[in-house]
Ligand binder design. Structure first.
Ligand SMILES: *Cc1c(COP(=O)(O)O)cnc(C)c1O
Length: 368
């Protein structure tokens, strides 16, 4: 049996380090916004370069709060448009609509699943204010081209880095290209907490200060509230655990790359389309290894019979979700095809070469 994701084993590798970190918090008697939080914010920022990191409760909040801060600062207004890839995970779109902004869903590059810079001009209107690229499945979007487009048209760039912690473009991490970036530490992400967590990264010190207040009831000083804000804090325990896991992130990503390379060279089946890497190997951290097939149900059943678990990311695109009836009439054929055809094969830092080979053999034996 090859499980899709073995979180128990992923966590067990660092059991003693994690227990030590947890004990430090338990013994400190300080559980919200203390030393661990401060240290994690600094270490997560340092991992990226000259920027600030702001811990928040989850990845959705990270994206939502950045847009909210721009609204509160008068930079964005209700009804402004945000360009977002149509095939993203629903959270990217929820962050937009939560702020009464308008998502403009754009078809992705069919080969990379990411925003296609050449398609943006057609989506531009006088209300366009933000581009929200998503580094989907772990592959960095084409940030040099997207940022050049944003600069030309005076748009803000908010990166959704929830699936791509540590990915690099020309030596620069994702999250450092846009005006701000949102990260998720949901347990299954490349950098996962042992519960919920998220962070914002930005090089803009004014935005950072605003966000530090916003995430904590809008309070800049204890019992003084500058803004109306939610409670979206990252707790001491998760910060202590994330500090441990951050030290292993690059090596975990390296292992994911090795597995992906094994898949990409070992899988030879004309009925199975492999994911493509647009740049160098460093630009992809393989949160998911997503292949495309015409008959998904048959493929999934074939693998299941061979003892291999798969998951579909994602079966229904945002514009066809029940919660967005106004978007149902959109015609997005590339996006709809992606959602019909994609299947994610097992990938994680603890997947053994023997398991990878078992997956390759089973995929190659699929008759199509
Ligand atoms: C996981 C994820 C999010 C949201 O993160 P949560 O921590 O679950 O709120 C946002 N965008 C993308 C692309 C994600 O994969």
């Amino acid at each position: 049996m090859v499980p899709f994701l073995n979180l128990k084993e992923i966590t067990a590798r660092h059991r003693s380090e994690l227990l030590e970190a947890a004990a430090r918090v338990i013994d400190s008697g300080w559980f919200i916004h203390g030393r661990e939080h401060e240290a994690f914010e600094q270490e997560f920022a340092a991992f990226h370069g000259p920027c600030q990191a702001i811990g928040v409760a989850n990845g959705l909040d990270a994206l939502t709060l950045v847009l909210r801060a721009w609204i509160q600062a008068g930079i964005l207004h209700e009804g402004d448009e945000v360009i977002v890839p149509a095939n993203t995970y629903i959270a990217s779109v929820l962050a937009i609509t939560e702020n009464r902004l308008v998502p403009v869903l754009v078809e992705p590059d069919d080969r990379t699943f990411n925003l296609d810079p050449s398609r943006l001009a057609d989506s531009l209107t006088p209300r366009t204010r933000v581009i929200l690229p998503v580094h989907l499945y772990g592959q960095a979007a084409d940030m040099p081209a997207l940022c050049a487009f944003a600069e030309k048209h005076r748009l803000l760039v908010l990166e959704d880095c929830a699936q791509a912690h540590g990915a690099l473009i020309d030596g620069k991490r994702v999250g450092m290209w846009g005006d701000a970036a949102g990260f998720s530490f949901y347990p299954g992400k490349n950098l996962g907490a042992l519960g919920d967590g998220g962070a914002i990264v930005t090089r803009d010190p004014i935005l950072a200060e605003h966000l530090r207040a916003l995430r904590n009831y809008g309070s800049h000083l204890k019992y003084q509230n500058r803004y109306q804000g939610p409670n979206s804090r990252l707790d001491e325990l998760q910060c202590a655990l994330l500090r441990v896991k951050l030290t292993h992130l690059d090596e975990d990503n390296q292992r994911r790359r090795a597995i992906a390379l094994r898949y990409r060279t070992g899988i030879r089946n004309p009925a199975v389309r492999l994911p493509q890497v647009a740049r160098d190997e460093a630009s992809h951290v393989w949160h998911l290894f997503v292949v495309r097939v015409d008959s998904r149900e048959a493929f999934v059943q074939h693998l299941q019979a061979a003892g291999i678990q798969t998951v579909v990311h994602y079966p229904i695109p945002p514009h066809q979700q029940e919660c967005y009836p106004a978007l149902h009439s959109l015609d997005l054929p590339l996006t709809s095809a992606i959602h019909r055809e994609v299947v994610s094969l097992p990938i994680s830092p603890v997947l053994s070469d023997a398991d990878v080979d078992a997956v390759i053999a089973a995929v190659n034996a699929y008759a199509g």
